[in-house]
Design a protein around this ligand. Sequence first.
Ligand SMILES: [Zn+2]
Length: 242
Amino acid sequence: MHKTAIVYGDQRIPYTVNVDDRRTTRVAIHVEPDGKVIVDAPPGFCPAAIQEAVQKRARWIVSHVEDTKARFAHVHPREYISGEQIIYLGRRYVLKVLPTAEKPKAVRLRGNRLEVETRSGDADDIRSKVRAWYRVKARDYFAKRIVEASQKLPWIDEMPPFRLLEMNKQWGSCSADGQVILNPHLVKAPRDCIDYVVVHELAHLKHHDHGQAFWKLLDTYCPKWQQSKRELDAMVETLMME
Ligand SMILES: [Zn+2]
């Protein structure tokens, strides 16, 4: 394996050559999900011929690299270091990691910063602290909104039981026995979006399906639900990522 690069316009595109024993004639170029360019070449293929093959497809490579980079940047996993963005109730905060030799204080929001004290300083410790903080905030905020929304919904007599559950594709659900389940990642979303999901799940206490009567209920008790849903759909990757 060796690394080299081509130049296209004002861009320098590095690529890695991977000698592939199964190949006999041509090279194959592909772009990895993180934007790395890999060239599979038959054994003994001369570097100048590889370079020429890559150069010929430079325009295709550049556009693919840009696409994948844009996608990858969007869902780039967090590193849990100072300066990273933290989203909470639709607002952006900055993570501040504070190393300490003492017993770490509880995670707290101060101004536009989320301050996390840590003794070890490693990403796993900070991740678990941020995650626990989100869960506490989610439990408190969702409970409050369920109580407030329930008071306005005539089919609800008393606050339904509710619990948090991390789900990959869903913001909430409502079990057949009337338990409301909400995704803790939802606490990152703007308040209107949270209200939409809360009212959506509470509406399932009256209609368990997504039939016409269900959407009519939402139109009445959460008139801007379509806008909130669109907003949530657009943010799903950012909000569900840890
Ligand atoms: Zn539903």
